[in-house]
Design a protein around this ligand. Sequence first.
Ligand SMILES: [Zn+2]
Length: 217
Amino acid sequence: MTIFGVFEIRLNYFLKAFHQQKNSQQKIISLTFDDGPTEFTPRILDILEKNHAKATFFCIGKQIEKYPEILRNTSNLGHIIGNHTFHHSSKNGFYSSQKIVEEISSTNEIIFDTINLKPKLFRPPFGITNPHIADAISQTKHDVIGWSLRSLDTIIDDEQKLFDRISSKIKPGCIVLMHDTSDKTANVLEQLFVFLQKENYKVVLLDELLKIDVYEN
Ligand SMILES: [Zn+2]
């Protein structure tokens, strides 16, 4: 019984997470924004609209409580909404499976109450995965989405450095991690679209990049 239990956790530990589309023959990438909705999200939405691009927003439940209208606008504009836990606690990596299931389920509920859709995509806070998180995901049946290009937009203050970092790392099939939590990211996003257009990159949604379902039917 004990041995079986350990084996089960190990199986769950190796559940698949998507980080990029490795075999992409086309110059396509996906943009993802974490930790919203916030007061900065509308400007990010405007920039995406202006550039005819859609993105995925991994949203926090307690932020949705504050800004339900922004979540509705984001979804209505055709962007994908993903689950990023309710509290985004720095202790998330130490939570029991049950506590993580609660974090994920309560976030799916507030998203469903707000936009009538049930996200299938989950991104763990700080990108931390462990057996408890894997076990929780196997219960909630979410797909875990990582990234292949971490912008470091919450760490790097200099906009030029941030732009140089992102633009130098863009590759076909990559998933870019950004945060809709500052004007700095919005400024860099504007520059990034100029670069992407010059380099003939197309921004696509995660369902197109990864060929997966993003909401429960
Ligand atoms: Zn986050």
